[in-house]
Design a binder for this molecule. Structure first.
Ligand SMILES: CC(C)(COP(=O)(O)OP(=O)(O)OC[C@H]1O[C@@H](n2cnc3c(N)ncnc32)[C@H](O)[C@@H]1OP(=O)(O)O)[C@@H](O)C(=O)NCCC(=O)NCCS
Length: 415
C-alpha cells in the first residue's frame, strides 16, 4: 500500500522539539525526510537528557522516527553548494532556527525561490511580527506568552505550565497542516510559498475558549461556571479555573479509593445535564432530582462545590477504574487520571499503534508514541530515528555527487 505523502521530499532543518514534531508527522505520512544536522554535533537533543551514555537520547529518538540524517556544515562554501542541490531536490524546507538564522546562512526566501520556485519554506518562530519577533523561545515561554499559563492553575496560586507540550508539539502540528495545505495549493499554482507558525499564536489558538471567556467576562463581570462563582471575586482577566471544565458541562477532579498513597487515584467527573438523574441515583442523593436548588443546570451552578464534594464521597469508595465502569454503564462522562506508567502498559494503545515499541541499534528496544492520526489508506509504520549522518553518503549520491567528491567533502569536514 502506498503512503499519502509518497514522493514528497522534505529538507528538514529542524531541531529540538517543535520542528521535529512536524517533520516526523510528514515522515509518518510517507514523505522522504532528510534531516540536515551540524557536522560533528547534530541536533542538540541527541545529547540532552541521556539515559544511556553515548547513545542518542529518548528526547531525540522519540521525535525523529522515519527520517534520514545527513551532516552538513551549511556555513562553509562547499556546504552551501550541497545545500543548493538539496533545495533543488526537495519540495519543502522546514526550519525552526532562531529568527534570522536562515538569512544569516545566506538562504533568504528570495534566494531559495530563485533556486527552486516550487519550494515551500515552512518556519516555526516563537513570535510573529511585533515587539518580540527577535526572541528565542522554548516551550514554557510560549505557554506563558500564549495565554495558557495565566489560565491554568488554581485561583490562589501562581500561573502554571502544563505537561502537554502545546508550545512545541502544538506548533509543530499547526505547521504540518500549513505544509500539506501549501502542497495542495501548489498543485494548482505550481509555486511554493512561505508557511509560518508562531508558537505564541499556536498556543493562543489552543486557548481559544479562554479568549471567548474574556469577552463574556468583559460583558457580564462574572462567569457562573467558574469555581470563583458565587463566593469569589472576578478581576479584569479570565481567572485560573482549577479543574473546572469551564464549558457548559461542569466537571471536576475527584479523589478515588487509594488517593492517600497513589497520586493518580483520581477521576474527572462531568455532571452532564442529561444524565443528572442517573448521577443522583448512583451517588444515592435522589432528592436532588426534584429539589429546585439542584434540579436544573442553572440552579446547580451556585452549589457546584457541594455537589462535587458529595459525589467525591461516592468516588472515594471506588477505585478510579471501578468508578469508571459503573459511571459508563449510565453514560455519565468521566475519565480516570492515567499515569504515564499506566499509559505505557495500556494494551489498547499498543494495539492501535499509538504506543509502539521501537528497536534501535544502540539503545535496544524503547517505547514511543506512534502516529496519533490514522489514515485508512496510508498506515504508519514507525521506524527508528537515524544515527548522526547515517545517510550522508546515500543522500549525496542521490543528489549526483560522486564517491571522490563525497570523500573530499568528508576530508574537509563539510560533512
Ligand atoms: C530553539 C532555539 C531557542 C535554539 O537556539 P540556538 O540553540 O541558539 O540555535 P539557533 O537556531 O539559533 O541556531 C544556532 C546556529 O547554528 C547554525 N546552524 C544550524 N545548523 C547548521 C549547520 N548544519 N551547519 C552550520 N551551522 C548551522 C545556525 O545557522 C545558527 O547560526 P547563527 O546564530 O550564526 O545564525 C531557537 O532555534 C529558536 O528560537 N527557534 C525558534 C522557536 C522554536 O522552535 N523553539 C522551540 C524549540 S523546541
Amino acid at each position: 500500500m502506498g503512503k499519502a505523502l509518497e514522493g514528497v521530499k522534505i529538507l528538514d532543518f529542524t531541531h529540538v522539539q517543535s520542528g521535529p514534531t512536524c517533520t516526523q508527522l510528514l515522515a509518518w505520512f510517507g514523505a522522504d525526510v532528510i534531516k540536515v544536522e551540524k557536522a560533528g554535533e547534530g541536533d542538540v537533543t541527541r545529547q540532552q537528557l541521556r539515559d544511556i551514555d553515548g547513545v542518542d537520547s529518548l528526547y531525540f529518538t522519540m521525535l525523529n522516527h522515519n527520517k534520514r540524517s545527513i551532516t552538513l556544515d551549511t556555513k562553509s562554501p562547499k556546504g552551501k553548494e550541497v545545500l543548493i542541490e538539496l533545495i533543488k531536490h526537495c519540495d519543502v524546507l522546514v526550519e525552526n532556527f532562531a529568527p534570522g538564522a536562515l538569512d544569516r546562512m545566506g538562504f533568504s526566501w528570495d534566494r531559495i525561490q530563485q533556486i527552486n520556485p516550487r519550494m515551500i519554506v515552512a518556519s516555526i518562530k516563537g513570535f510573529g511580527p511585533g515587539p518580540y519577533e527577535d526572541c528565542k523561545v522554548y516551550e514554557n515561554v510560549a505557554q506563558c506568552a500564549g495565554g495558557a499559563a495565566s489560565t491554568t492553575g488554581f485561583d490562589d496560586g501562581p500561573p502554571i505550565v502544563t505537561g502537554a507540550q502545546i508550545g512545541d508539539s502544538g506548533t509543530g502540528l499547526h505547521l504540518c497542516l500549513g505544509i500539506v495545505t501549501a502542497l495542495y495549493q501548489r498543485q494548482a499554482t505550481g509555486k511554493g510559498q512561505r508557511v509560518q507558525a508562531a508558537m505564541q499564536d499556536a498556543v493562543l489558538n489552543l486557548c481559544r475558549v479562554k479568549l471567548r471567556d474574556q469577552q463574556r467576562l468583559d460583558r457580564k463581570g462574572v462567569m457562573e461556571e467558574y469555581p470563583q462563582y458565587p463566593e469569589g471575586e472576578f478581576g479584569e482577566a479570565v481567572p485560573r479555573a482549577g479543574n473546572a471544565s469551564g464549558g457548559g458541562q461542569p466537571g471536576w477532579i475527584l479523589k478515588c479509593k487509594g488517593w492517600q498513597h497513589d497520586p493518580n487515584a483520581y477521576i474527572y467527573f462531568i455532571t452532564q445535564a442529561p444524565v443528572w438523574e442517573k448521577i443522583c441515583k448512583v451517588i444515592g442523593e435522589e432528592t436532588w432530582i426534584t429539589d429546585p436548588s439542584y434540579a436544573t443546570p442553572k440552579a446547580r451552578l451556585p452549589h457546584l462545590k457541594t455537589i462535587f464534594s458529595r459525589i467525591e464521597e461516592w468516588t472515594k469508595t471506588k477505585t478510579k477504574f471501578e468508578a469508571m465502569e459503573i459511571l459508563n454503564e449510565y453514560d455519565i462522562p468521566c475519565g480516570p487520571i492515567l499515569s504515564m506508567k499506566e499509559l505505557a502498559n495500556e494494551e489498547s494503545l499498543r494495539a492501535t499503534g499509538t504506543v509502539v515499541e521501537v528497536d534501535h541499534p544502540k539503545r535496544g528496544k524503547y517505547l514511543s508514541v506512534g502516529n496519533p492520526i490514522k489514515l485508512s489508506d496510508s498506515p504508519t509504520e514507525v521506524t527508528r530515528s537515524p544515527l548522526l549522518g547515517e545517510h550522508t553518503d546515500e543522500v549525496l549520491a542521490q543528489l549526483g555527487f560522486g564517491k571522490d567528491q563525497i570523500a573530499e567533502l568528508r576530508q574537509s569536514k563539510v560533512i
